[in-house]
Design a protein around this ligand. Structure first.
Ligand SMILES: Nc1ncnc2c1ncn2[C@@H]1O[C@H](COP(=O)(O)OP(=O)(O)O)[C@@H](O)[C@H]1O
Ligand SMILES: [Mg+2]
Length: 277
């Protein structure tokens, strides 16, 4: 399995939108864990319509897991499943909903994040299949959930190709580099163009793991629940995260021949359905 965490500096570069798009196009079962200590945006953003309809609950997720396991000594993967909700517009995605009020991170503390990290890293479906996890760690700061960053196979710093975002990203990268091994630290360049991505790579001197083009329409689906959160069949943003997700997934998995056949069958089914991503 792969545990991938995205984090940002100041200025909302597009971390949450990028993570939602990665999950929506991920080539396998995936757990989308909203661990932004300042409060989660994934459910009220992409899945806002489903929350209003009562299909997604704000009180089932990171906080309910921390509360339910507060007497546990170590993280237990079996403890997580009761706090994961189905994501109606993407059936291969499970959601661990984020904190919903300011200051709730204090109820987790370091111990709560540690229990969650252990549980996420070893999480399996009811059928016993390991599940990849995509984690939103929010904006870097004093309450950053470090256990999730330390355990991650990849920590992606989200940044836009603008001077303001580059300046915000630099000190965060310096702090991350102190505690995350260089081969696990990379960039997610958001709202970008090929020239923008080249400029970011040159300015920050790190590999780019995910490059997300400007696509306001799809971004509004994923961040504002536009079109009731339904994914558009043709989308530059989703095409980019689909390709990046395949690359990331391949980095952490060896495919069996059966999995290769299943992936090919899915591609054929999607193209017959008229989608291009
Ligand atoms: N690829 C993109 N193209 C256009 N707009 C985007 C893109 N990614 C994000 N946005 C927009 O940027 C804003 C901030 O995005 P968000 O994901 O909430 O940022 P963060 O999680 O870094 O705070 C939102 O309005 C979102 O719709
Ligand atoms: Mg965010």
């Amino acid at each position: 399995m792969a545990l991938i965490t995205i984090i940002s500096g100041k200025g909302a570069p597009g971390a949450t939108t990028t993570l939602a798009a990665l999950a929506a196009t991920w080539p396998a079962q995936v757990l989308l864990a909203d661990c932004d200590p300042d409060g989660g945006d994934l459910a009220p953003g992409w899945l806002g319509q489903w929350m209003l309809a009562g299909r997604i609950r704000a009180d089932v997720g990171v906080l309910s897991h921390a509360t339910a396991t507060r007497h546990a000594i170590a993280g237990d993967p079996a403890s997580l499943i009761d706090h994961v909700q189905a994501v109606p517009p993407a059936r291969h995605v499970g959601l661990l909903a984020g904190l919903s009020a300011p200051g709730q991170h204090a109820a987790l503390g370091l111990e709560g994040w540690m229990r969650l990290t252990t549980a996420l890293a070893a999480f399996k479906t009811q059928a016993g299949q390991p599940v990849d996890a995509l984690v939103d760690a929010g904006r870097f700061g004093v309450v950053t959930p470090w256990p999730l960053l330390r355990a991650a196979d990849a920590v992606l710093l989200a940044v836009r190709p603008t001077q303001r975002h580059l300046l915000a990203a630099r000190p965060v990268l310096t702090e991350l580099a102190r505690r995350v091994a260089p081969e696990r630290l990379a960039l997610a360049v958001c709202v970008t163009t090929p020239a923008g991505t080249r400029a970011v790579r040159a300015a920050l001197g790190r590999d780019v793991a995910v490059e997300v083009p400007i696509d306001a329409k799809t971004a509004a689906v994923l961040s504002e629940s536009r079109d009731a959160g339904a994914l558009p069949p043709r989308s530059a943003l989703l095409r980019a995260t689909h390709d990046a997700g395949l690359r990331l997934h391949r980095t952490y998995h060896r495919y069996t021949p059966a999995e290769v056949r299943t992936a090919a069958a899915h591609r054929v089914a999607r193209s017959l359905a008229g989608g291009t991503r």
